[in-house]
Design a binder for this molecule. Structure first.
Ligand code: ACO
Length: 433
């Protein structure tokens, strides 16, 4: 009868250990019993960048990277993208079930009525230079919210947690729009409770001199859909940052602000900005073969931005949906001239042995930047457009972590490879290197 265990023989001592296997995992803490002597700390796992380490049990998002499957609470992303709305998906991610019409109405009402920010936030924003990146403004103002809501420190209290989560989801578009208006030198526009979540955000971005600015329904639906696709993606770099920072029991504004910082990086949420820069650098379809050659040779450490993913080793299911949305958006806005380069780049890369062998396929960022640009957003706003919906995932993951009795303050181990103990050298005895 097969047993769900792993038998390990330590060849240093000849001892054998039996370790339980649960959900395809062993607890690496079980390795600590494997020692060569009493003063031995015990065996550890070494896994830089967590390539093969599960950090938590989660019931929120399922990904099968080989098959290109993404599900929120068991619902396939393709079905949610076609049939749902962003706030409905937000409810699902936070509560585990799709809302009834009444539950959704209440949730939308709650979010809509928490969109305003304290007036001092405007003064805070004014402190930034005219050319500050909107993502750094967003990270700072979200962190600053903890100063405005001291009750946020009650992370063990479900009532308090839910209030902060509502505030975060509701205020994120306001802060994002304010950061954009600041960088453009435009006056801040207050939220409009008569508009949907996405239309309100677009109105706060676009309105100038009139209160009657109308958001095009195709663009409203497209952005709502992009928000659905970006709402959660299990234990990625920013979500892990939110969980890690949140594990110290700090308030969720500080934890989410850390997530925004992680998302700012070009290998994560900054990738769609990098894709557009890359497409501009290529400039013309005829230059693609030279660019691919440079990527393959590692020349200038060039990468094909928007390609490859730590988890997906096939086509990112979100990229497939986005490609379809792109056509609808371009019908309204006119085609982004960089689209031809992107389509041809994808075609060539998907046939090239280098990319095929490494299972490098377009990810969510390959086409999203083209849509955002066609909608009139400057590249600096792209990661901000990612942070708005991902706030839902961060909050759901943060709350799951807070409620998980197995979680403790995150504190990885290290393998020390530095100098051995030595005595302090006085300044006049030190030789220059
Ligand atoms: N272009 C060219 N080569 C690549 C790319 C790329 N975009 N991505 C990976 N590779 C190569 C690596 O050089 C490596 O080659 P090697 O085996 O010869 O050394 C091989 O493919 C495996 O790649 P890893 O670096 O091990 O993959 P990892 O899982 O660490 O990285 C990442 C994933 C960071 C997303 C990477 O693919 C990348 O940098 N892509 C471009 C940036 C990007 O689009 N990021 C967005 C990710 S989606 C998101 O965050 C929302």
């Amino acid at each position: 009868m097969p047993k769900d265990t792993l038998t390990i023989t330590d060849n240093r001592t000849g001892k054998t250990y039996e370790v339980p296997i649960e959900n395809g995992c062993i607890r690496t803490h079980a390795l600590r019993q494997i020692k060569v002597g009493d003063d031995d700390f015990g065996l550890m796992g070494y896994d830089p960048a967590f390539l093969n380490t599960a950090n938590c049990r989660s019931a929120i998002t399922f990904i099968d990277g080989d098959k290109g499957i993404l599900e929120y609470r068991g619902y396939p992303i393709e079905q949610l993208a076609e049939k749902s709305s962003f706030l409905e998906v937000a409810y699902l991610l936070l509560n585990g079930e799709l809302p009834t019409p009444k539950e959704l109405e209440k949730f939308i009402h709650l979010v809509t009525h928490h969109t305003y920010v304290h007036e001092n936030i405007k003064t805070f924003m004014d402190g930034f230079r005219y050319d500050a990146h909107p993502m750094s403004m967003l990270a700072s103002t979200v962190a600053a919210l903890s100063g405005f809501y001291p009750d946020a420190k009650h992370t063990k209290d479900e009532h308090h947690r839910r209030i902060q989560i509502t505030r975060l989801i509701a205020k994120m578009p306001t802060l994002a729009a304010f950061s954009y208006r600041h960088s453009m030198g435009l006056p801040y526009i207050y939220p409009d409770n008569d508009l949907s979540y996405v239309a309100n955000f677009l109105a706060m971005i676009r309105r100038i001199g009139t209160a009657t600015y109308k958001v095009h329904p195709t663009l409203e639906r497209a952005l709502d859909l992009l928000f659905i696709l970006h709402a959660d993606h299990e234990q990625n770099c920013s979500t892990t940052s939110v969980r890690t920072v949140g594990s110290s029991e700090v308030d969720p504004y500080s934890a989410v602000s850390a997530g925004i910082g992680a998302l700012y990086g070009p290998l994560h949420g900054g990738a769609n900005e990098a894709v557009l820069r890359m497409l501009r650098e290529i400039g013309h379809v005829s230059k693609i073969p030279d660019f691919i050659k440079a990527v393959k040779s590692g020349e200038g450490e060039k990468k094909l931005m928007g390609f490859g993913h730590r988890v997906y080793k096939s086509y990112d299911p979100r990229a497939k949906v986005i490609k379809r949305v792109a056509d609808e958006v371009f019908e309204v806005t006119g085609k982004n001239p960089l689209l031809d380069i992107a389509v041809e780049l994808e075609r060539i890369a998907l046939q090239d042995e280098y990319f095929v062998k490494r299972k490098l396929y377009p990810n969510v960022d390959f086409y999203s930047g083209l849509i955002y640009e066609a909608m009139g957003f400057p590249v600096e706003m792209f990661p901000v457009l990612f942070a708005i919906p991902r706030t839902v995932g961060w909050c759901a993951q943060w709350e799951e972590m807070v409620k998980d009795p197995e979680q403790k303050i995150a504190r990885p181990r290290q393998i020390y490879v530095g100098a051995q103990r030595r005595d302090y050298v006085p300044m006049d005895k030190r030789a220059a290197k």
